[in-house]
Design a protein around this ligand. Structure first.
Ligand code: AMP
Length: 291
């Protein structure tokens, strides 16, 4: 069998259980290689591939996990419809130089009797937290497991899920997990829509409306610079504007501190704009710094 990391065959890079993952990682460590982890839920797109590129530029070997984590989905969310396709995903990950794709079974990650939850307070109180109860517990629990299973030097997460990125930073700080968390910029379609696996749910008509979320957040950024004391009113108008433009519901538009996620009444240079809105079957989220 060819050795993982020296192989050019796609199926050779798939690992399905923790014992095999640890064997490969131990082999790499024996050779003095540095290791990066990029957690994903599959349905790989260019945004995910950019994280692999970041990981590759910093470490000798890159592990991508592709696991649709059931415990981060709410009861009425899209767990069963989630669009991951293992063959296509492994192809897309290997084409950008991923050395190992970790595709565990649900039972390996959550065997019978599994009863631990990693729960992070504070950062999860606002933004997506109230709209997706239990979501960040599910994310923190699976990411803690993936980090402890692979013990990488770094792990790369997208700013697309900015609240998640901060939650993971808090997780590794609080639990003393020895890994550097690297944030990577949002990759967008030409019209500004942030790439997302869930964009596949959009109809042609909805796809034309979708980039208006980003454009609206950009105009919120311009407005809070022009009227720094008016954040709440500006966000209120933006929410109404999104509904007018065709979004079915707006979960939030908010100006928050980019480190604590505390909502800001007045603009500061740490401000970041966040939005989440529903369009057809999709729930879109986006964010941008105010510069
Ligand atoms: P997911 O498979 O949606 O759970 O995402 C896996 C990782 O890819 C997370 O760290 C996301 O933040 C990141 N990601 C998803 N979409 C993008 C994007 N458009 N640009 C950059 N990173 C992204």
């Amino acid at each position: 069998m060819s050795e993982i990391g020296d192989s050019s065959s796609m199926t050779d890079i798939i690992v399905r259980n923790v014992v095999s993952l640890r064997e490969v990682v131990a082999g790499w460590r024996g050779k003095g290689y540095t290791i990066a982890l990029v957690p994903t839920m599959g349905a790989i797109h260019v945004g995910h591939q950019s994280l692999i590129a970041q990981a590759k530029s910093r470490c000798d070997r890159v592990i991508a996990s592709a696991f649709v984590n059931p415990i981060q989905f709410g009861e009425n969310e899209d767990l069963e419809a989630y669009p991951a396709n293992e063959e296509q995903d492994v192809k897309a990950l290997s084409s950008v130089g991923t050395d190992l794709v970790f595709c565990p079974n649900r039972k390996d990650i959550y065997p019978e009797g599994f009863s631990t939850v990693v729960s992070i307070s504070g950062l999860t109180a606002g933004l997506c937290g109230p709209f997706r109860p239990g979501h960040f517990d599910g994310v923190a629990t699976v990411v803690a497991k993936l980090l402890l299973q692979s013990l990488p030097d770094i792990a790369v997460f997208g700013e697309k899920d900015y609240q998640q990125l901060l939650v993971i930073r808090q997780l590794v700080r609080d639990l003393n997990i020895p890994v550097d968390i690297v944030g990577a910029p949002i990759i967008r379609e030409e019209d500004g829509l942030a790439m997302s696996s869930r964009n596949r749910y959009l109809s042609d008509k909805e796809r034309l409306i979708a980039p208006k979320l980003y454009r609206t957040l950009q105009s919120v950024a311009d407005s809070v610079i022009a009227k720094p004391d008016n954040c709440e009113r500006i966000c209120q108008l933006a929410r109404a504007e999104l509904l007018e433009k065709g979004f079915a519901a707006v979960d939030y538009v908010a100006v928050c501190d980019g480190e604590t996620l505390v909502p800001l009444a007045a603009f500061t240079n740490r401000a970041r704009i966040f939005g989440a809105a529903r369009l057809g079957q999709a729930r879109l989220i986006d964010n941008l710094p105010v510069s």
